[in-house]
Design a protein around this ligand. Sequence first.
Ligand code: ADP
Length: 261
Amino acid sequence: MTLLEVDRLSFHYPGREVLHEISLALEPGKFYGLLGSNGSGKTTLLDLMIGNLRPTNGGVFLHGKPLPSYPRRKLAREIALIPQEFRAGFDFSVFEVVLMGRHPYIPRFGAPDEDDLAIVQEAMEAIGVAELADRPVTALSGGEKQRVIAARALAQNTPILIMDEATANLDVLHTRQIFNVVKKRVKKQSVTVIAAIHNLNQAAAFCDEIFLLKGGKIFAQGPAEDILVPEKIFDVFGVRCRTGWNEFSGSHQVSLQWKTS
Ligand code: ADP
C-alpha cells in the first residue's frame, strides 16, 4: 500500500535542473533514508514532498490525491518536518514551541485541551527536553533547539515524518535517542519516516530502505546491505570503504578509508 507517491518529478531552480524524473513510493510503517552528496537535491526533494516547493514536472500524491489539493491545516495533520535548522525569531518558551505542533488540531481561536497538553508533555519527555519547558528557545544551544524542534514534530502526531539532517548538530547519545524514538513510532504506530542522513552507519542501522541520489536521479534503491556497498559508495561519494554485518551494532555497517595519505 502506498501512502506517499512521487511520480516522475522534476524540479528546476531558475536555469538549473536539480531533480530529474524522480519516482518513488513510501509505504506505512517503514523508515526510509535519503542519501547523496552535498547539493545532490535531498533538501529540495523533501521540500517538494511536504509541499513547500512545487514540482516543475510530475507530482506528489498523498493517499492518491495531489498534494496541492490538501488545505494547509489538513496537510499539517498528515506530514511533519524536522528541518535542518530552526531559527527562533521570538522568545517563545520551549513548551510554546512544542505546543505549535498541536496547532493543526486546535480550533481557530480555541485553546489546547487536556489531550493536546498530554501529547506535548509526552513528546518533550520522549526527546528529553521536558526540563527545558520554561526556557526561551532563543537562549538554547543549537543542539537543544534541534531537539525542541524534533519534539514539536512528534507532537504533530502525523502518519508521515520527514527529517532533513535532523540530528546533524547532535552528539551521538542525543542522535541515538531521537532516532530510537522515531523508529519506535515506525514499528508501533506504522508511521512512515523519510530522513536525509549523512552518516552512512546511522542510515544502515535505522533504515528499512535507502534511496541514493546522484546527479538529480535515484541512483540506487533498496535495503542498506544492497545499497551501502563499496562500489556504490565510491560512485556517489568518491570514498573507498569496506562493508558488512556488524554484530555489535546489530546492523550492516560501513568502515571508511578516512586517511588519504
Ligand atoms: P542537498 O540537500 O542534497 O545538499 P539541496 O536540495 O539543498 O541539496 O540543493 C540541490 C542543489 O540546488 C544544489 O546545487 C543547490 O546549490 C541548489 N539550490 C538549492 N536551493 C537553491 C535556490 N533557492 N536557488 C537556486 N539553487 C538552489
